[in-house]
Design a binder for this molecule. Structure first.
Ligand SMILES: [Zn+2]
Ligand SMILES: [Zn+2]
Length: 171
């Protein structure tokens, strides 16, 4: 689904869409586990050079890898978004886009409009936690034998805490 300038010049576009797992691609580490349901609207902001505002709500379940134990970490999103897109015309000599101060939250679109799929991908990547966990108190892997400490315990002694004097012994 694409929100074109030509259509937005006449009226805002309302959307209510559902994408089953597999239809959208995110990053390699992310798997979509439930239908992604998005509702909202796209509007052309007046007195701008084609700035498009897309806002709405997204509900989706995803899974990624737990940073501590490498098992599945489920993620559930259900929240509002509000994004602004400008036509990508301010390109520098090397093709990079120069941002003026305060424009960090603005994205750019190429061609004649904004693709809803790109908006949803951006939403998911912004909503992702930096460090996903399978459970809040994940115990992780044993640093010595590698077993998953959520499932089993091992006989390894806890890592000795390095003594502040250890470095001096080498002198
Ligand atoms: Zn974990
Ligand atoms: Zn161990």
């Amino acid at each position: 689904m694409i929100f074109t300038l030509t259509e937005l010049e006449h009226h805002p576009i309302l959307f209510e869409v559902s994408y089953p797992p597999g239809e959208l691609t995110f990053s390699d580490e992310l798997t979509q586990t439930t239908d992604l349901v998005a509702t909202g609207s796209a509007t052309l902001l007046h007195n701008t050079l084609g700035e498009i505002r897309v806002r709405g709500n997204v509900k989706v379940g995803l899974s990624t890898v737990c940073v501590r134990c490498l098992e599945v970490a489920p993620l559930a999103f259900d929240s509002e978004f509000d994004f602004f897109y400008r036509p990508a015309i301010k390109k520098g000599a090397h093709g990079e886009i120069h941002l003026e101060e305060g424009e960090i939250d603005i994205s750019f679109y190429e061609g004649d409009g904004v693709k809803l799929e790109d908006v949803l991908r951006e939403y998911v990547l912004l909503a992702l936690p930096m460090r996903a966990l399978c459970q809040e108190d994940c115990k992780g892997l044993c640093t010595q034998c590698g077993v998953n400490l959520n499932r089993t315990s091992c006989g390894c002694a806890p890592e000795p805490i390095p003594s502040p004097w250890a470095a001096l012994k080498d002198l």
